[in-house]
Design a protein. Structure first.
Length: 295
């Protein structure tokens, strides 16, 4: 039996898997973001509830593959820790920790829409933009654990003659004009306000576009134009052939279909089947990815 957890800024989703990768026990607990002892207690209580021999953790934040140090702005009690070592020592079991976006992509590559593809580049379009690359069942983590993090680095620049013609927004990373500022659910909302001067949430915008609202459709179309090209360039660069999508915008079927069309229009080699697809595994993807990563 293996215990696996998907650790986010709001909740820790923790489950026990049998040897056939089936969930046999599951619990969701608010994340004690500032209290390390309480964080450990969530896992210790789960270990008491089920008999397990190891633990897999998918967590928000970067996981350095060399030092095992986690960088997590949203969960201060694990920020800067060698989480696998510290948690393992506290509960007396071996622990493997991976980034939550990497876990999502690994799960979809193994048991989801990416099955049968050698290279899978998955993206998260939620509160922010994230991603991960999996090659033949292995996470490509990169230096400092930033492999697949395609949301940062300035790609949108203001014109020297018409500075307000492009949506150059400040990014949480300290830069301006990152894809994270326009490619997330919050980014879709920023684009809508930039175009129309109207505030609306991402659900209202995507549902409006599906219903034929002209303003909402314009926003969704521009969103897909702005990130469709970069996704195609990434696919060319890493030779990935499928893009599972997670995060809140994965539920917007019209937007995902439009984004897939934009990406395929930008590919050098024509593709007739969908490339950008909503993930299949839903809220179990992080747990499954933590399980698969544990070997």
């Amino acid at each position: 039996m293996r215990l696996c957890a998907d650790v986010g800024g709001s909740f820790i989703d923790i489950a026990a898997f049998d040897d056939d990768a089936r969930i046999v026990w599951r619990r969701k607990t608010p994340t004690p973001v500032t209290d390390w002892a309480a964080f450990v207690a969530v896992f210790a209580d789960a270990v008491q509830a089920v008999s397990c021999d190891r633990v897999g953790v998918a967590t928000a934040g970067l996981v350095d593959p060399l030092t095992e140090i986690v960088t997590s702005a949203n969960i201060p009690c694990i920020d800067g820790r060698r989480l696998a070592h510290d948690l393992g020592s506290a509960i007396g079991l071996p622990v493997r920790v991976v980034n939550d976006a990497d876990a999502f992509v690994l799960a979809e590559a193994t048991l989801g829409v990416g099955q049968g593809h050698d290279r899978v580049f998955g993206i998260i379009l939620g509160t922010g933009v994230g991603g991960g690359l999996v090659e033949r069942g292995r996470i490509v983590s990169g230096t400092g654990g930033i492999g697949g993090e395609w949301g940062h680095g300035q790609v949108i620049h203001a014109s020297p003659l018409a500075r307000h013609a492009m949506p150059v927004f400040a990014c949480g990373c300290g830069r301006r004009g990152c894809l994270d500022t326009i490619g997330s659910a919050r980014g879709l909302e920023r684009l809508h306000h930039f175009l129309h001067g109207v505030d609306a949430d991402s659900i209202a915008i995507t549902q409006g576009a599906d219903a034929g609202n002209v303003r909402a459709a314009a926003t969704v179309g521009w969103f897909c134009d702005l990130i469709g090209g970069p996704i195609a360039m990434l696919l060319h660069a890493v030779s990935a052939t499928i893009v599972p999508v997670g995060g809140g915008l994965a539920n917007a079927t019209g937007l995902i279909a439009a984004l897939d069309a934009r990406v395929r229009a930008n590919l050098l080699i024509p593709v007739t089947t969908p490339v950008v697809m909503a993930g299949r595994l839903g809220d179990e993807a992080g747990l499954i990815g933590a399980f698969v990563a544990g070997g």
